[in-house]
Write a protein that binds this ligand. Structure first.
Ligand code: AHR
Length: 313
């Protein structure tokens, strides 16, 4: 890999490894490096591009939409064959996507969606069903407390404000728990998908809320930060406060196997190979499905113990 440019957000160009469609150049704008999930996703995209013989221009937006817009404009100027990006937030993309369309450069959304009404602005969206992930988290909670009539006080650590996973995981979870009035979300705030913010916000929750039964964190990293806060407050994570997270990265799975997290809903970051297949088809002018949903599962503590040693990321 050779570093071609380094500016606000940081860009690199990965060479191809021979074979395949070496003429395809993809500009990829990544959200940032906020979580273990994101690091695994970046590696998956970079490794898959190399394997597919696609030249990858990669930039890290450091969780800022303005950096992603700049990166996309730069890819348009460089006349790449295809642009792929994981939008940090859902709204505000129409103008730059229109610019790509006018330049006849196809766009693929990966991981996160945009809320543009005009779906012709992108060829396909590859990624998880975040609403479903939130529902799975809620369903576990309903089952866990099925024999209890006492109130269940829940605190929620939301992902990045305005991002598709934060919006959808919140909505899916809320829909399922609304069926029973004993469930009450007593506090809900963003932790920006990072461990540091998860810890900070959980510390504030613990000070403000005398009686927390459950933490629902929109990703493992925030959950792991919150575990530090819970232990710091002299409570036992997984017992005094039950914890549900999303992702299933290795550190999260370790905490689940150790009994500090109670349940994890998987969100797979391994999107690279499918992204490269879709990109090749789009560049050739072949039809691709408008939505490709990632296959995912869930993990209990026992299941985490069984799969931990073989977890790739
Ligand atoms: O968009 C996927 C989410 O972004 C992951 O769940 C989270 O860890 C990441 O930062």
């Amino acid at each position: 890999m050779s570093v071609a440019a380094c500016g606000g957000g940081g860009s690199t160009t990965a060479g191809t490894s021979g074979g395949g469609d070496s003429t395809i150049t993809m500009g990829f704008s990544q959200v940032g490096a906020e979580s273990g999930w994101r690091t695994a996703n970046t590696k998956s995209v970079q490794d898959a591009a190399k394997k597919a013989g696609i030249e990858l221009k990669f930039s890290d937006a450091q969780q800022k939409q303005e950096n992603q817009i700049k990166a996309i404009r730069s890819y348009i100027q460089q006349k790449v064959d295809i642009i792929a990006f994981s939008p940090v937030v859902e709204s505000g993309w129409d103008t730059v996507l229109k610019e790509a369309q006018n330049a006849k450069i196809p766009v693929i959304l990966t991981d996160r969606a945009v809320d543009s009404k005009d779906t012709s602005l992108y060829k396909t969206f590859l990624g998880s069903d975040f609403v479903e992930e939130g529902k799975k988290a809620g369903q576990w909670l309903v089952e866990e407390y099925k024999d209890s009539t006492d109130p269940v006080n829940i605190v929620e650590l939301q992902g990045t404000t305005g991002s598709a996973p934060a919006n959808d995981r919140k909505a899916g979870f809320a829909e399922v728990i609304a069926a029973e009035s004993k469930f009450k979300i007593v506090a809900s705030q963003t932790g920006d998908f990072t461990r540091a913010k998860g810890k900070e916000v959980m510390e504030a929750f613990l000070k403000a809320q005398p009686d927390i039964d459950v933490l629902y964190a929109h990703n493992d990293d925030m959950g792991l930060g919150a575990i530090e806060a819970i232990e710091g407050a002299g409570k036992v994570p997984g017992k005094d406060i039950k914890i549900i997270t999303v992702d299933a990265v290795k550190d999260g799975m370790q905490a689940l196997a150790d009994g500090k997290i109670n349940y994890i809903v998987e969100c797979s970051p391994l999107l690279g190979p499918q992204l490269m297949d879709l990109a090749k088809k789009v560049v050739k002018g072949e039809q691709v499905p408008p939505r490709v949903v990632t296959e995912e599962t869930t993990f209990t503590q026992e299941q985490a113990k069984q799969v931990l040693s073989t977890r790739q990321y």
